[in-house]
Ligand binder design. Structure first.
Ligand SMILES: Cc1cc2nc3c(=O)[nH]c(=O)nc-3n(C[C@H](O)[C@H](O)[C@H](O)COP(=O)(O)OP(=O)(O)OC[C@H]3O[C@@H](n4cnc5c(N)ncnc54)[C@H](O)[C@@H]3O)c2cc1C
Length: 387
């Protein structure tokens, strides 16, 4: 039987935030794009699940803060298309203390230095000031805070909807529930195989999140990725007067792990507030996801809420899980680039995988498109490259 065969200039494998942002960038340059997704659009099976993500300018490394600032105009352009804010400036608060009790927490110190060198305004504060300003209670006296007022919360579904709208409006074809099974680069292009058809393209952008290595392993270049199942919970706020900034508390939980949370989502009007442990169950791969929240860590988080967030009812009302992908090497944050030179014709396969990438989605989409169409990108930092 002859298999159906179709063509596009670029095939994007994975219609999460980065894949959709890539498709929008490619089609804007007059090239045809096909997006394949294993599940439906805005699915909760990958990394772009859920309602909200933190957006912040402070990083411990200056290059990431610079990249965030470079991404701001791209967010504003998306927001203009959406006709409403997608990144809501609720403020971003880091808090914590050094485990040895001496001096300022390393991350906070580095973040403050980076903000200073980039001339971005911020405030540092004591535990008492955090309480007075933001209503967090009973913090240990040696806690310190770093608050950056432009940081905030990203509307995940709003962003995905906007990208889908822009993509479809510009003629991007989106095939849902059609997983790519194999990617085969050669001297003149790439064949992407699915159960339904073979797709021929000049280059492919792989943004399949936790499933990335399913496609890269057969090419002999699996990335050193770790897949985690993160748990989180929602808590009800007592009154409409209570609100918190987007926050991240280093070393807050009993096992020394961090937890983080939000104020009320400005776009929902809901009184449910998400708080989550920044610790997760590591999985052998995405297929082993259980979708069962980690009861112990949720309990720990609820204890933190009870003690420090008096504006919330300490009983979690909704629990969930989500898959995160991080590089094995903790010094790295992301992988973004063409396949390494050892893979024949690997320059035709551009991959974005791993990291806390939602805040960078429009920029990573631009870089993926640059690399797929031109082989180079002015924004492609060496720290992003695939090993
Ligand atoms: C709990 C949690 C908290 C986070 N917090 C933050 C945060 O505060 N700030 C931040 O910036 N980032 C954060 N992140 C990270 C951010 O959400 C992700 O980096 C981002 O959403 C990843 O988007 P993506 O498009 O790369 O991948 P995904 O959203 O995972 O999309 C991959 C897509 O590929 C599809 N797919 C998989 N295999 C195939 C295949 N073979 N063929 C076709 N399609 C396929 C899947 O169906 C999926 O739709 C967080 C992530 C998690 C899980």
């Amino acid at each position: 039987m002859i298999r159906p065969s179709e063509a596009a200039d670029v095939v994007v494998v994975g219609g999460g935030a980065i894949g959709l942002a890539s498709a929008v960038e490619v089609v804007a340059r007059g090239r045809s794009v096909l997006v394949l997704d294993r599940f439906g659009m805005s699915n909760d099976r990958g990394g772009s699940a859920g309602l909200e993500r933190q957006w912040r300018i402070q990083y411990a490394q200056e290059h990431w803060s610079r990249l965030v600032l470079d991404t701001v105009p791209l967010w504003r352009r998306l927001e203009a298309a959406a006709g409403r804010p997608l990144v809501h400036p609720t403020g971003s608060l880091w808090l914590g203390r050094r485990p040895d009790g001496a001096g300022v927490l390393d991350e906070m110190h580095a973040g403050a230095e980076v903000l200073t060198s980039l001339d971005v305004p911020f405030e540092t504060m004591s535990a008492a000031e955090i309480g007075t300003r933001f209503g967090l209670a009973a913090l240990p006296r040696d806690y310190q805070g770093l608050h950056q007022a432009d940081g905030g919360v990203i509307d995940v579904k709003g962003t995905l909807d906007t990208l889908i709208h822009l993509a479809l409006g510009a003629g991007v074809r989106i095939h849902e529930y059609e997983p790519a099974l194999a990617i085969e680069p050669d001297g003149t292009g790439v064949t992407v195989r699915t159960e339904r058809a073979d797709y021929r393209c000049d280059s492919v952008i792989v943004t399949s999140g936790p499933f990335t290595n399913d496609l890269l392993s057969p090419l002999g270049c699996a990335l050193d990725l770790r897949v985690f199942e993160q748990s989180s919970a929602y808590f009800t706020r007592h009154t409409h007067d209570t609100d918190y900034p987007t926050w991240y508390a280093f070393g807050a939980l009993t096992d020394g792990g961090a937890c983080y949370g939000y104020g009320h989502n400005p776009w929902t009007g809901s009184d449910l507030i998400r708080v989550a442990p920044d610790a997760a169950r590591e999985l052998p791969d995405a297929e082993h996801a259980t979708a069962v929240p980690d009861a112990g860590r949720i309990r720990d988080t609820a204890d933190w809420v009870r003690t420090h967030l008096p504006g919330l009812s300490p009983q979690p009302v909704r629990r969930g899980t989500c898959l995160a992908v991080l590089p094995l090497d903790r010094e790295r944050q992301f992988f973004l680039g063409p396949l390494p030179a050892r893979v024949p014709n690997g320059e035709r396969v551009v991959v974005q995988a791993a990291g806390w990438a939602f805040g960078f989605a429009p920029m990573f989409g631009r870089i993926c498109a640059d690399l797929a169409l031109d082989g180079t990108s002015a924004h492609h930092a060496p720290q992003l490259e695939l090993p």
